[in-house]
Design a protein around this ligand. Structure first.
Ligand code: FAD
Length: 514
């Protein structure tokens, strides 16, 4: 069975129990893989971990896991599978950290490549006029942060959580509170080394093999496996001032967010989140945030209301704290938050960027990290964000006790539109992320998945022009609608770089051709 624990909740039968023709001799496939001369090795048993991801909803058992040591292991494996393609339908999924949500890094009856076993030569840091770092595609962002800081440098664009691989986030986009200024992570890459679905190892950049370069960035793993990346760096500061303020009106909140992302001399990070029917909210912050005015803040009651929290960060050098405080005063004076709800914190740059890891440690200790995560991420055009908020918050979603709901705008004028990533057609778009956990022993998973579907149905019915981020669809028609005018280019690139549709089958965009 492809379902090790019997709880596969992926819901489309045609894709979820793929129809793989019987291998001419299924036992001959592992033996044929065994004939390959590799620096690493294959395993054919105890493969359940490769059928699991952070979403913990879809479970597809592969036939083998490759633990490559070298790029040539990956290339030889793909070439071998191509060579065998007349007799087998083997597919190949690169697995970074397996932090996908719906089986995107899995390969039913195929080969999963455990990217973390790839040898990682030490990172090369160019500290010149245009600083960058060369890293393995399997490198974790947290390691890149620590290494580049030794040179006073840092990547500019992040995800909220850093224990993800470069190859995994660059296959999606990599969006966080810095993306309004620097674009997502895929816009902060100078060069890639990729093993295509033809087994060729290709270096690509804006100047060299540009079509492959832009195809792979945000390309959902469809055109090649990223084995190296050259990532743009900028100067790093040591500390951050981290600020939260509250609103009770969505339009005031979103106007302030949009104001902040449009100004050049703004904060360095801007996000926000929605709190529906939460009690004791401010008490939860007290350990890490101090109210500017403790007496007024203690009189503020959040009970029962929908509140919107604007979250802002300014990086700073402790020697220039006075200038920083003046800048922040000025920026805050332009906002319209509830005055008693200004909360401040000061932490190191690393502590701030690695903040979600602290939650991970806490949740792991309570056994709550490995629960199902039916997350839904949407991109909504600015012109329809009020309709979205009115229709969803408090109506479809009546509380957010299952997890945070992030919401923040980004300025797409700063984004490169040549990548494969799909966004709504407007200059300012909002990322809305419903980051739910399904707690054990409850009907949480089904309830959350039904709620997610209601949100998607609402977006479709109201014709909001929304797009999914970390998209998940069941049919090729839905994928075609998702890509819209970019579909033709996406299909052309597939036939150019992975003509037999071997790569990343867990995205369920193309069925392997035979
Ligand atoms: P995997 O899940 O292993 O792979 C993702 C996809 O990429 C799969 O299709 C896989 O086959 C393919 N792939 C993996 N490695 C490679 C490679 N080297 N070359 C080509 N294809 C490859 N995303 C954001 O944008 N912003 C956030 O703030 C953010 N926060 C997150 C917080 C948490 C706690 C978690 C779990 C995820 C978060 N994500 C965020 C989502 C994250 O970007 C995706 O899960 C992404 O898939 C990275 O995970 P991974 O490295 O484990 O990749």
């Amino acid at each position: 069975s492809c379902i090790p624990d019997g709880t596969n909740l992926c819901s489309n039968p045609s894709f979820d129990t793929p129809t793989i023709p019987p291998h001419s001799s299924s036992s001959s496939i592992p033996s044929s893989l065994k004939t390959l001369t590799l620096d690493g090795y294959f395993s054919f048993e105890n493969l359940k971990h490769a059928a699991k991801d952070f979403g913990n909803i879809c479970h597809y058992l592969p036939i083998a896991v490759l633990h490559p040591k070298s790029v040539s292991d990956i290339s030889s494996t793909i070439k071998h599978i191509l060579y065998m393609s007349s007799v087998t339908k083997l597919t190949v999924a690169a697995r970074g950290r397996g932090h996908s949500l719906q089986g995107q890094a899995q390969a039913y009856q195929g080969v999963v490549i455990n990217m973390e076993s790839l040898d990682r030569p030490s990172m090369y840091i160019e500290n010149g006029e245009v600083p960058y770092v060369d890293v393995s595609g399997s490198e974790l962002w947290i390691n890149i942060l620590h290494e580049t800081l030794k040179y006073g440098l840092s990547p500019k664009s992040w995800t909220d959580y850093l224990h993800l691989t470069v190859g995994g986030t660059l296959s999606n986009a990599g969006i966080s509170g810095q993306a309004f200024r620097h674009g997502p992570q895929i816009d902060n890459v100078y060069q890639l080394e990729v093993v295509t679905g033809r087994g060729e190892v290709v270096t690509c950049s804006d100047k060299e093999n540009a079509d492959l370069f832009y195809g792979v960035l945000g390309g959902l793993g469809q055109f090649g496996i990223i084995t190296r990346a050259r990532i743009s760096l900028g100067p790093a500061e040591k500390m951050v001032k981290w600020i939260r303020v509250l609103y009770s009106e969505f339009s005031t909140f979103s106007n302030d967010q949009e104001h902040l992302i449009s100004s050049n001399n703004s904060f360095d990070y801007i996000e926000g989140f929605v709190m529906i029917n939460r009690t004791g909210l401010l008490n939860n912050w007290r350990s890490s945030f101090n109210p500017k005015d403790p007496i007024q803040a203690s009189q503020f009651s959040s009970d029962g209301k929908i509140l919107y929290c604007l979250e802002m960060v300014k990086y700073f050098n402790p020697e220039k704290i006075d200038v920083l405080n003046q800048d922040i005063e000025k920026l805050l004076s332009e906002l319209n938050y509830i005055p008693s709800t200004l909360f401040l914190s000061e932490v190191s740059y690393v502590e701030f960027l690695d903040r979600v890891h602290l939650s991970e440690i806490k949740l792991r200790s309570k056994g709550l990290w490995e629960v199902p995560h039916p997350w839904l991420n949407l991109l909504i055009p600015k012109s329809r964000i009020l309709d979205f908020a009115e229709g969803v918050f408090g109506n479809i979603v009546k509380d957010n006790n299952n997890g945070p709901i992030l919401i923040y705008p980004v300025n797409k004028a700063k984004w490169n539109n040549r990548t494969s990533m799909v966004t709504p057609e407007e200059d300012i778009i909002y990322l809305v992320a419903f980051l739910s956990s399904a707690l054990p022993g409850t009907d949480g998973l089904e309830h959350i998945m039904t709620q997610n579907q209601h949100i998607l149905d609402f977006c479709a019915k109201a014709q909001l022009g929304a797009k999914q981020y970390l998209p998940h669809y069941h049919t090729q028609d839905e994928w075609q609608a998702h890509f819209g005018t970019q579909w033709e280019t996406f299909v052309q690139r597939k036939s150019a770089y992975d003509p037999l549709a071997i790569l990343a089958p867990g995205q369920r965009i193309f069925q392997k051709a035979i």
